[in-house]
Design a binder for this molecule. Structure first.
Ligand code: SAM
Length: 251
């Protein structure tokens, strides 16, 4: 739900939140229980009524960590860039079929990829829309990001079956947390709470391989088995994860 209390202080904010409510079928109200979206300092944020100490969750492409990743090494040397193939060819088209908060998608777009984000969770999709809106107002991002990144609010399966072909399909489905892992950041735990598990993740590999002309890249925790039990062509090790790469054709 989107909480609309004294938050919408002017008609423009109010109309904007109403449009998000309609687009994502999120009810508007003035009280929530559990996870809800709120309007804070002109940004859409995700909060929990009981978790007062939890910091706001939002999509912020201009944030310190996003721009740090972009500015230091331009992201090109990152494992994700190598897995996708952007170190060899900059202007690949990528369907990021499990977009989440769009962080990986942003890294890929900032190196040169044309990225379509696909997200099925309405609250997460609304956060992405708001992040993209603010990116369009940011002097450092507005010139390139809106041209290189867009959102499709749908299930990955629909997107994979209906999209025009792309060079690369990128998948990063939720993976069951290791119990009480201290490594799982607070925000990630919260995110797990909101979107739950992705029990259908294995079903995405086959249509992804059918759509991608060049390759499919699957992000996995280092300890996880391969998606759909299918061995990749090769793996790229990241700091905390690995990327399983399934090659369809050379870049
Ligand atoms: C682990 S998060 C992705 C994080 C993302 N790579 C990032 O950098 O922010 C997985 C996301 O994929 C979404 N998702 C999972 N399965 C999906 C599906 N079948 N269709 C659409 N979205 C899906 C979940 O709702 C969740 O937001």
């Amino acid at each position: 739900m989107i909480v609309l209390p004294a938050i919408a202080q002017n008609a423009v904010d109010q109309a904007y939140l109403e449009s998000l409510s309609q687009r994502f079928a999120l009810p508007l109200g003035d009280k929530a229980v559990g996870w809800y979206l709120s309007w804070h300092e002109e940004r859409l944020v995700l909060r929990h009524t009981e978790l007062i100490k939890q910091s706001d969750i939002l999509v912020d492409f201009a944030s310190g960590s996003s721009s740090y990743r972009r500015q230091h090494g331009g992201g090109k040397s990152e494992a994700i860039a190598k897995a996708v193939g952007l170190h060899k060819k900059r202007d690949l088209t990528v369907l990021d079929a499990t977009a989440g908060l769009g962080r990986d998608g942003f890294v890929l777009a900032s190196i040169g990829a044309d990225v379509t984000l696909v997200e099925r969770n309405p609250m997460v999709a609304a956060l992405l829309v708001d992040g993209l809106r603010r990116a369009g107002l940011d002097p450092g991002l507005s010139e390139w990001l809106p041209d290189r990144m867009r959102l499709r609010f749908s299930s990955a399966l629909d997107a994979l079956q209906q999209s025009e072909s792309v060079d690369v399909v990128y998948l990063d489905p939720m993976f069951p947390e290791r119990q009480k892992s201290a490594l799982v950041k607070k925000e990630m735990r919260a995110f797990h709470d909101v979107v739950g598990e992705d029990p259908d993740a294995d079903q995405l590999l086959e249509p992804a391989l059918a759509l991608a002309t060049k390759r499919v890249v699957v992000k996995r925790p280092a300890y996880a088995e391969h998606l759909a039990g299918t061995k990749p062509s090769h793996m790229v090790k990241g700091k905390n994860n690995r990327f399983d790469v399934y090659i369809n054709a050379a870049l």
